[in-house]
Design a protein around this ligand. Sequence first.
Ligand code: AMP
Ligand code: MG
Length: 493
Amino acid sequence: MHTLNTLPFNNRFATLGEDFFQRVEPTAVEKPFLIHVNQQAADLINLNIESENNADLLAYFSGEKTFVEGDALAMLYSGHQFGHYVSQLGDGRAIMLGETNGYELQLKGSGQTPFSRNADGRAVLRSTIREYLCSEAMHGLGIPTTRALCMLGSEEVVHRERLEYASVMVRMAPSHVRFGSFEVFFHRRQFDLLKQLADFMLEEHFPECLQQEEPYVGLLQEVVTRTAKLMAQWQLVGFAHGVMNTDNMSILGLTLDYGPFGFLDSYNPDFIGNHSDHQGRYVFHQQPNIGLWNLNMLAQAMLPLLEADNPELAVEKARAVLQSYQPSYLDAFNSGMSEKMGFYAGTNSKEGDAELANNLLTIMAKNQVDYTIFFRKLADFKAYSSKNDSELRDLFLDREAFDHWAVDYRQRLIEEGSDDVQRKRAMNQVNPKYILRNYMAQIAIEKAEAGDYSEIDKMMRLLQTPFDEHPDAEIYAGHPPSWAEQISVSCSS
Ligand code: AMP
Ligand code: MG
């Protein structure tokens, strides 16, 4: 195990040179204090963060001190925001400190960079708590994501709709490279830099693609497959990202940049988490399509790599790869739904399973049934008797709609000779008991803003093992309180 003072650095991204980033030192926040450390993430870099002394944590992660062997930089990227190309974005408030044990350590909220445009480079406490908790919640749910290592508060005041305190978190990922990191070089027609970035990603993050005849096609294929799977995982757990701009899409297929996200409470495919998304571009049910739209933008940016001298052939190759998206997505979504409904994994999904899932989602939407609560309770369904059905059917206003569905579901379970006990065990491993509902984040935020940070640690423990029972936190497994509907989440962060 290392300490902060002995972390070994190997700054791979920095070797790309200054066409890809700008070197910049963090600007320390005023009067920082420690809010939380996450040993689970620290384990990934062999850091014993729980036994670190406070002074070192504050010095390194407030931005006051940089790692001697690190190489602090802000990454360049562009991207399509709400469908429109923006030619230069870049890390406006994130600074990568360096790479250790295969992970980039990034401060978020560490002050201005050459990419800040006129913004302050800071992040407010409220948005930092949301990102900190949600990245670990997603990891707990088995969904690829950037990780959260540590979180600091400060007495520095920043201006948003109101005055708020600045906060800093340390984010970790094997790579923070985004679709937009490729787009910027395509749109500037800097194809040599585009190639350099692709070669770097192949070597460091997709070495298996280098064995293929056409590594760049392989790279695009891998991103398509990972993104399709990620979108299915989001839909299956009821996660709405909120700002699926191409600068927030990870090349590694990680959930990246937690802003105005939201988990569904009642199942509502028309849910728009981001109140600034007036057109509803990133509405829940559109996420898989947006994933593909974004991949189209990436594929376009990679065209010069696919077939430099023959644009038509390049387009053909890109199309062929993109065509695999829909089947990959459907495959992941349908098999995920079969698991959620408790059908034996490994048995061929039967014809009609997708319809059964669709019918369920339709009546859940009509009846505004809580998505997470329903699937968790579905594990108690008895295949060979309807005596137990009432708890489930009571979740529906239209109880007959549930009864109709239950007839088909029961028949399907009987057909495969489903065992109630075994099925429940399996279902409880895929249907979480706990998700980070907006109101929960809100409770943690309001307490923190009043100086009590205890809820963050409590929720963290819960969300890191969301499939387990947590008797002391039963309240968070229930329906959200009525005030939850009033919570409004904007882009402001
Ligand atoms: P986001 O919507 O958080 O993904 O941010 C979009 C772009 O705006 C990125 O380039 C961010 O770095 C930048 N940005 C957002 N907030 C700030 C801020 N407070 N200071 C500087 N840049 C910011
Ligand atoms: Mg972003």
